[in-house]
Design a protein around this ligand. Structure first.
Ligand code: ATP
Length: 310
């Protein structure tokens, strides 16, 4: 029995690690036939955070098909420790920026630097250990809530996991379940809501404790209440200054307090600045997007009010 359990345990941990590294990948895009094989250079050194996690795109050109660039000679800086938001019309390449920073793809020209190191020249695992992601749609494994959370950091103690659960406010849900934290979730287990899934993803992110985090806000609308609650949790968790915090935002309300907002259009940075700077800027695309959204929200609000009274 003893002899058998050693290799099995070993396989178990290899399997788990493999799954952990696939987790972010899977969530960001389904594995594709034409996926570019990205590898570390031989003897690539680990990433060293000398500035605390500054992400810089320098003249980056990239397209999934080389003849159709999504980013076109695009340059911007996400300063270390700041809260930065990336906004822009649908399809402008916001999520692509996240995929490039995580090195799912390499740029066609230009370069991406983290604390002045070209990400193609550092060890790939080390790069990915420094970046945490809350994807739009969080993949769950058909395993317990506990195990799903633990993929954030395999060696996390039960105590740390409990603390994380209360920080992302999943304790209410878990208390109400007959099997609690051991409840199996996922396609063949219990289905949990979009908001709860994102809380799980935030929990994983917290456990991973990466200095650079990307939050890809869900396009599919959560109800306003759930969304507000999630955002409040995010704010409490990722206080300014503690990490480089990049939000890919679809709803501008959620990022009005960012240190810097980067507005993308036609593959380039159209404008950047704080919420108020951008609202006051002449010919501001941000101001146009903001006004459209405010009007839509007002209409929705009025409709809800009307429904309430009828
Ligand atoms: P949204 O706000 O709608 O989420 P986005 O600004 O995040 O959009 P991206 O997801 O970065 O946009 O996509 C930019 C463009 O690249 C889109 O036209 C999209 O269809 C295309 N695209 C995205 N992923 C792939 C892929 N794996 N293969 C080919 N084209 C892709």
């Amino acid at each position: 029995v003893f002899q058998l359990s050693v290799p099995l345990n070993f396989l178990g941990s290899v399997y788990r690690e493999l799954k952990q590294s696939l987790l972010d990948m899977e969530s960001l895009f389904k594995l594709q036939k034409n996926e570019v094989k990205i590898k570390s250079l031989t003897n690539a050194p680990p990433l060293k955070l000398t500035k605390g996690g500054e992400v810089r795109f320098e003249n980056v050109t990239f397209g999934y098909h080389p003849d159709r660039p999504i980013l076109n000679n695009c340059s911007f800086t996400i300063p270390a420790g700041q809260k930065v938001a990336i906004v822009g019309p649908s399809g402008s390449g916001k999520s692509t920026i996240l995929r490039l920073a995580f090195r799912f793809y390499d740029v066609q020209s230009g370069r991406i630097l983290i604390d002045d190191q070209d990400i193609r020249e550092v060890d790939l695992d080390s790069l990915r250990r420094h970046i945490g992601v809350v994807p739009q749609d969080t993949p769950l494994f058909n395993e317990s809530i506990l195990e799903n959370l633990r993929y954030g950091r395999l060696e996390a103690s039960d105590e740390e996991i409990k603390e994380t659960i209360s920080r992302v406010q999943l304790d209410k849900l878990i208390d109400d379940l007959p099997n609690g934290i051991d409840t199996i979730v996922g396609e063949r287990g219990m289905m949990i809501s979009g908001g709860e899934k994102q809380r799980l993803a935030m929990g994983r992110l917290l456990l991973k404790d990466a200095p650079i985090t990307f939050f890809d806000e869900a396009t599919s609308a959560l109800d306003t209440h759930t969304e507000q609650a999630l955002l409040k949790t995010m704010k409490d968790i990722f206080r300014k200054g503690s990490r480089t915090n990049v939000s890919i935002a679809h709803r501008l309300r959620t990022i009005a307090d960012a240190d810097k907002i980067i507005v993308l259009q036609n593959g380039q940075v159209y404008e950047e600045g704080s919420h108020y700077q951008l609202l006051e800027k002449p010919d501001s695309l941000y101001a146009q997007l903001w006004n459209i959204q405010e009007n839509i929200e007002l209409e929705e609000y009025l409709e809800e009010e009307l429904e309430g009274t009828s």
